[in-house]
Unconditional design. Sequence first.
Length: 321
Amino acid sequence: MTTPVPQTVRVSAPGKINVSLKVGPLRADGYHSVATVYLAVSLFEEVAATAAARPGITVRVEAGGPLRIPASGIPLGPDNLVARAAAALAGYAGIPDPAVDLLITKHVPVAGGMGGGSADAAAALLACNELWGTGLSAAELASLGAKLGADVPFALAGGAAVGLGVGDQLTPVAAAAPLHWVLVASASGLSTPAVYGRLDALRTTSGAVAAEPETADAAVLAALAAGNPAALAGVIHNDLQPAALSVSPALESTLQRGRELGALAGIVSGSGPTLAFLAADGAAAAGLETALRAEGHNALAVYGPAPGAEPAAPAAPADHT
């Protein structure tokens, strides 16, 4: 009897930029309500799910991509979002002894404010859904994803969307034409809880009272819908930016330098420390990437909106030759 060759499903999922991010006050549950405008960009994580011979969920990570994101320092145990995603899907679908090996290829900065871990989780959900033939709908996957992290449903959907609640209540929005950005990755990440904590501390010190955010910025949505980078440059905003710059002051000089080199605007992506510079067009983004790299920055031109989680290649036998 011939032993079946393990099947592998590869899925990619995008990193994101928060083009606008309003953050409410600290809630009793320890979270903050937000009103954000997500934009998926053309920097994709990849997860390969391979059927394993024995029950268990194993996770491996390899470095990849033009930003040279290292694979070291990422926990590979059951607390990894990819392992949690596979376990959640197995539990929901009634698979008692899931047997899968999950290989993450890192392209999105780790702890960089671009939702790389959420992209991994989204890719793992879609990959395992295909590998195991569980047939869950997009809505079911999004519901499972929301329990793993606020950004996971958006990584599944991609495109551009308004996120309310903790960011998981999504409404797709129009984005007429690709917008071009240059990302600058930092050598080390920032803790999202630490940045939110610094925001709370800064507000307390200054006496600022934050309102509960209920709607996204209409001017941002209009600029996205028109595909107008000049209009968008004047209205992008991130409530977390002062806190991220307070935790990592060196980011301020890089933001200034990007603007001096021709960016229409620059912003901290999410909780940082990745910076996103808006360019006038693709040629301007390519020139800005070259200029920043010449000065030693880990820069990459990308565009958005980009698609959400999708198969990177059809299911195929793993190569064991």
